[in-house]
Design a protein around this ligand. Structure first.
Ligand code: PMP
Length: 403
């Protein structure tokens, strides 16, 4: 037998399996109510409209829809997105400041490859999105975490990390943030705090990577401006958006906006990675936006997820024992439950599975894996009735483990 271990690269050796993807296998039994995945509700996928879009674009573009496309992305989608960003976010971007990606996970992998040499310092919020940690760790980043509170990452803690990095004679390559309805906590950074964070990043000559898949899934309250918008085109922010949560994740489509010089680097890297994202899906998505379907679809899913979020908050209130805390997100797909310090959600996981309910252990979202008493709950997938039953089961597991 060939010994592959001598052949694998250093990158392959340090790539760790995603805890969530491994856990999801455990939670696939039909009797389990799972709050573990991050899946949008498939019942809301606009199947009939997607069929219609394919029909329209295959008639309109014929075989061109099935051809390779430009690495930068299809012109019709980019034009639709520039208009969308102006209308919805008041963001001005030119065509050469945007790249269509195979959704945000590809964009995160590209961010890692473009900026990180092994050992380079980056700063993330703690906790943060597991998939981003996976990409950054694969690239060999030296990750430091800034603390968060109920308003997201704390500017003073970020500044402390940046100052420490400077004292070590290093430059932080980027600060990675999920500012809107963060995965995993559901928390949004208020505008005043965003301005402070942006100023701090500028002071230390680093860039903010703003990853915002959930921004449009807002149930209530007013949206703070994006970091991209607050930066007023000065080039201190790279923003990642995706269609996964507002349209369909199966298209694997997203986009990056940044200054022209940075986008050019992303384009050249994407040439080497996959040449281009699928033309047919980009054209169908452009048609979906231009026909006004996207706007209507977002309104619909927001309504559905709002009800589910409210059902989860009510169930937590009803069933959870004293000493358990949770966030109250104004949008997105997740909320974050914090148990008393002495409890360990990894150790508690088997008793949850025994009770036929699943969550994601909070430690997966900490770059050092050290904090053990949190869990992430997804509320977009289960029905409101399942949410009530699932939280009841979860509360039983928590009570069983309480001192
Ligand atoms: N960033 C964040 C914060 C996410 O939560 C996710 C998906 N769960 C992604 C990026 C990746 O999403 P996609 O590749 O489907 O766009």
């Amino acid at each position: 037998m060939l010994n592959y271990s001598n052949l694998f690269s250093e990158v392959t050796k340090r790539t760790k399996a995603s805890v969530i993807r491994e856990l999801l296998k455990l939670t696939a039994k039909p009797e389990i109510i799972s709050f573990a995945g991050g899946l949008p509700d498939p019942k809301e996928f606009p199947v009939e409209d997607v069929k219609k879009m394919f029909d329209i674009i295959l008639n309109k573009y014929s075989s061109a829809a099935l051809q390779y496309g430009a690495t930068e992305g299809c012109a019709s989608l980019k034009t639709a997105l520039c208009k969308w960003l102006k209308d919805v976010e008041d963001i001005d971007v030119a065509d050469n400041q945007m790249l269509i990606t195979s959704a945000s996970q590809q964009a995160l992998d590209m961010v890692a490859r473009i900026f990180i040499n092994p050992g380079d310092r980056i700063i993330v919020a703690t906790p943060t999105y597991l998939g981003a940690l996976q990409s950054f760790q694969t690239a060999g980043a030296d990750i430091k975490g800034a603390d968060s509170d109920d308003d997201g990452v704390i500017p003073e803690s970020l500044e402390k990390c940046l100052e420490q990095t400077k004292e070590e004679g290093k430059q932080c390559k980027f600060v990675y943030l999920v500012p809107d309805f963060q995965n995993p906590t559901g928390v949004t950074i208020p505008q005043e705090r965003r301005l402070k964070i942006l100023e701090t990043a500028k002071k230390y000559n680093t860039v903010i990577v703003e990853d915002s898949p959930y921004r449009q899934v807002r149930f209530e309250g007013e949206a703070p401006k994006t970091f991209y918008n607050l930066d007023k085109g000065q080039g201190n922010v790279i923003t990642l958006f995706t269609f996964s949560k507002i349209f369909v994740p199966g298209f694997r489509l997203g986009y990056i906006i940044a200054n022209e010089e940075v986008i050019r680097k992303f384009v050249v890297l994407k040439q080497a990675m996959d040449l281009c994202s699928p033309s047919i899906l980009q054209l169908a998505t452009a048609e979906y936006i231009n026909g006004g379907y996207l706007e209507k679809h977002i309104k619909r899913v927001v309504e559905v997820y709002r009800k589910k979020r409210t059902a989860m908050l009510a169930a937590l209130e009803k069933y959870m024992p004293e000493g358990v805390k949770w966030t109250r997100p104004e949008g997105g797909l997740f909320l974050w439950v914090t148990l008393p310090k002495y409890l360990d959600t990894e150790k508690m996981f088997p008793s949850a599975i025994e009770n036929n309910v699943a969550y994601v252990v909070g430690s997966a979202f900490y770059y050092d894996g050290k904090t053990k008493n949190d869990m992430r709950l997804n509320f977009s997938y289960a029905t409101p009735e399942e949410i009530d039953e699932g939280i009841k089961r979860l509360a039983l597991a928590v009570k069983k483990n309480l001192k």
